[in-house]
Design a protein around this ligand. Structure first.
Ligand SMILES: NC(=O)c1ccc[n+]([C@@H]2O[C@H](COP(=O)([O-])OP(=O)(O)OC[C@H]3O[C@@H](n4cnc5c(N)ncnc54)[C@H](O)[C@@H]3O)[C@@H](O)[C@H]2O)c1
Length: 252
């Protein structure tokens, strides 16, 4: 299979888009390391595909826990070939209510953890002359969504993706981002607040912006990931790939 012998680390892997990525990577032959603040063990047991899979409980907003997860991966597999920085938090953050503490906590998980994992695994990728880093971007930066800390973090992820591509382009390591539109995951559906449109209303509004007018599910993103981590995508780097049913076709 395409990813036989490759080790893939996926953050935010216990549910949602991240678990969908794990399923696809496992089906394509990779050893999958599922990293999540919630124990991903149940999902890991179901992965199949023949790889040597592992679940790691880790709060990626805590650099010490990231270091420990990295050490575990290196000890067991030697290196990480494919890093999927998928985890993110998206609390409501209005301008008049957001605190500096909450702002920093969002950037720590959504942005800084990408840097920490990339910095830790890049030497092994460079030495191997092959590596793939795929970050979770977002097309939602193109909508009227008002979550200050989240929107800033995702804009930064897009910039960080290009900056990391600059760093690693000479060594066979590509860095790209997948930008979903709106996906009906547990994380999104669970974030209703009385003074905001309901999750269902937002889904209806975003779906109407798409040319493909159905709700997106995690499986819609998995094919894009499979391509970006393949040998076929070896000349694709620094890109933000919008996988959103056409939501951002007018530019983002
Ligand atoms: N769902 C969408 O509509 C949508 C749209 C655009 C972008 N995205 C991005 O896709 C990614 C996945 O989104 P989702 O909808 O599947 O989210 P989700 O909330 O359903 O899943 C996120 C996972 O990340 C984990 N996580 C959260 N904080 C963590 C931490 N500190 N350490 C380790 N793990 C942590 C959670 O436990 C959860 O398992 C995110 O980066 C999100 O920003 C999602």
């Amino acid at each position: 299979m395409a990813l036989d012998g490759r080790t893939a680390v996926v953050t935010g892997a216990a549910r949602g888009i991240g678990y969908g990525y794990c399923r696809r990577l496992a089906a394509d032959g990779a050893h999958v390391v599922a990293v999540d603040v919630v124990d991903p063990a149940d999902g890991v047991r179901e992965l199949g595909g023949g790889g040597d899979h592992l679940g790691l409980v880790c709060d990626i907003g805590d650099p010490a826990q990231v270091d420990a997860a990295v050490d575990t991966v290196i000890d067991r597999y030697g290196r990480c070939d494919i890093l999927v920085n998928n985890a993110a938090v998206f609390p409501f953050t209005d301008l008049d209510q957001v605190t500096v503490e909450l702002w920093r906590a969002v950037q720590a998980v959504n942005v800084e953890a990408i840097l920490l994992f990339a910095r830790a695994f890049a030497p092994g990728m460079r030495a191997a002359g092959w590596g793939r880093i795929v970050n979770a971007g977002s097309g939602i930066t193109a909508t009227q969504n008002r979550d200050l800390a989240y929107l800033t973090s995702k804009g930064t992820v897009h910039a960080l993706t290009r900056a990391l591509a600059n760093e690693l382009g000479e060594s066979g390591v590509t860095v790209n981002a997948i930008a979903p539109g709106l996906v009906a995951t547990e994380g999104f559906l669970g974030r209703d607040r009385a003074d905001r449109p309901s999750a269902e209303e937002v889904l209806a509004r975003i779906t109407a912006m798409q040319t493909i007018r159905r709700r997106s599910v995690p499986a819609d993103l998995a094919g894009a990931l499979a391509f970006l981590v393949s040998d076929d995508a070896g000349f694709v780097t620094g890109q933000i790939l919008h996988v959103d049913g056409g939501m951002t076709r007018t530019g983002a």
